[in-house]
Write a protein that binds this ligand. Structure first.
Ligand code: BES
Ligand code: ZN
Ligand code: ZN
Length: 482
């Protein structure tokens, strides 16, 4: 990852990006009349980035976005960061100085976040990877506290971790490998982990996870993560649950080839949960959080479960499996019911759960629903706007429940032709008693086309969102934290 450091002087030899607020400040920054004239012309054309080639280095002037609300401003700055990153790559810039000429530090952090997130590459399988040029950013900003840059670097690193896991194919990331990697991340970042193997999963009677795993080549795992700092502000833990289907063929309800070829992404919920723990631990956020990650591949052989099978989940609920491709809800059913043993303040699950969520709102945001209080829903939505990992609430009205009624078991695992994201949510609701939020990231976790600083393929969605959500709880707490 690009290294981020502070500097107390700006060098005239190295390329520099100045984020500026006002026109008059800008004219004071250049002495050369030709450059001044060029800047003036660019400003008349309302260019948001002015590029000056000084032969020995490049100068970029970046206009701070104006006349918009905080979340929009933050997103515009991330996008400007993305543009600057592209320019650095075009011009082969390896080290970039950034000068903050605006009154607030937050702006510069959003800008840098956009640059760092743009620099992500998943190129380990090329025999000759082409590395990116930019590898060091030096920030000149007196109002910036040193740990603010470090905090941001940890968060971006956590997003990179999640993206790497999602991009890793099944050939290299089975449930067991994934669990080992989470254990390793726990050691590196400082959170606790415990991995349940198949035997333990059987003894716990996780019938959903075991049914999905029946046709798999590799055993399932169930990973428990814990971040419990001494000065935690909450008495009851927050529990994060992530869908960890390391590959989804659909099973006997087989997916068509073009829906299947990207299903290595079906553990993006789990990757985001593990990513959030990396950020929480590295930045020592004083909130007690538990993570639960059921993981398996969903594939088929002579042992695989078939449509019509009846299974018994962890809490005793029986389910008629009418579609083996609706597997995510089966493994989440066990994990959500198991979450209750922690007597949680709130349960949040993240899952690439339904094509219906993707069809409903595309790639621009995630669908969420749940039984938590308005307070938590508002907190979550606001965190969504602030991180631009936006969310829209779908209803869990009782009437949808009739779609899940089975003639042979307590529930069936699919609803009718309509409201697929909601009936999936209604299914999950059956397994939770505590306040709960469900986030369906099927549309936002993995992109087949490049999209700004989110990049192409895994986006790491959920990491910045939940990190913000949990971090913001501190602002509302009475405990003072450094
Ligand atoms: N993993 C898929 C959902 C998905 C779709 C994730 C697109 C990412 C992008 C999930 O397991 C699935 O196949 N859901 C089915 C449910 C249906 C059979 C009720 C779906 O959405 O088609
Ligand atoms: Zn599926
Ligand atoms: Zn799936």
């Amino acid at each position: 990852m690009i290294s981020l450091i502070t500097t107390d002087s700006v060098s005239a030899e190295k390329s520099l990006a100045v984020v500026y607020n006002e026109l008059k400040e800008l004219s004071a920054l250049v002495e050369n009349p030709l450059e001044a004239a060029y800047i003036k012309a660019c400003l008349e054309q309302k260019k948001d980035i002015i590029v000056i080639n000084q032969y020995t280095r490049w100068l970029f002037f970046v206009q701070k976005p104006k006349d918009c609300e905080v979340p929009q401003k933050a997103e515009k700055l991330r996008n400007l960061g993305h543009k600057i990153f592209k320019l650095c790559e075009e011009y082969g810039i390896t080290e970039l100085q950034i000068e903050n000429n605006t009154p607030t530090t937050l702006n510069i952090l959003d800008f840098i976040e956009g640059i760092v997130l743009s620099a992500y590459r998943f190129d380990k399988y090329f025999s000759q990877p082409k590395p990116t040029h930019l590898n060091k950013i030096m920030v000149f900003d007196f109002s910036l506290r040193k740990n603010q840059l470090k905090t941001l670097a940890h968060l971006c690193e956590a997003v990179y971790m999640a993206r790497n896991w999602v991009n890793e194919p099944l050939s290299h990331l089975t449930a067991e490998v994934f669990s080992q990697e989470i254990e390793q991340a726990g050691k590196n970042f400082g959170f606790k982990t415990e991995v349940f193997n198949k035997q333990k999963i059987e003894s716990l009677k996780f019938g959903g996870l075991l049914a999905v795993n029946q046709g798999a080549k590799n055993p399932p795992t169930f990973t428990v993560l814990e971040h419990k700092p001494k000065q935690a502000i909450n008495a009851k833990p927050y529990v994060l649950v992530g869908k960890g289907v390391v590959y989804d063929t659909g099973g006997y309800s087989l997916k068509p080839a073009d829906s299947m070829d990207w299903m290595k992404c079906d553990m993006a919920g789990a990757a985001a949960v593990a990513g959030v723990f990396c950020a929480l631990a590295a930045n020592k956020i004083p909130v007690h959080v538990i993570g639960l990650i059921p993981a398996t591949e969903n594939r088929l052989d002579g042992n695989a479960f078939v449509p019509g099978d009846v299974i018994t989940t962890y809490n005793g609920t029986t389910v008629e499996v009418l579609n083996t491709d609706a597997e995510g809800r089966l493994i989440l059913a066990d994990a959500l019911a198991y979450a209750e043993k922690y007597e949680p303040e709130l349960i949040i699950d993240l899952a690439t759960l339904t094509g219906a969520a993707l069809r409903a709102i595309g790639h621009e945001g995630s669908v969420y629903m749940g039984t938590a209080s308005i307070y938590y829903k508002k907190q979550l939505e606001e965190s969504g706007f602030l991180t631009h990992e936006r969310l829209i609430e779908f209803p869990l009205w009782d009437e949808y429940q009739t779609q899940l009624e089975s003639k042979v078991a307590d529930l069936k695992n699919i609803g009718g032709d309509t409201a697929g994201a909601i009936t999936a949510g209604m299914f999950l609701k059956h397994f939770v008693k505590s306040p709960w939020l469900h986030i369906d990231i099927a549309g936002t976790a993995y992109l087949k086309a490049e999209s700004g600083y989110r990049g192409i393929h895994a986006t790491g969605v959920g990491v910045r969102l939940l990190y913000k959500f949990l971090g913001r709880l501190l602002e509302h707490s009475t405990v003072n934290v450094e």
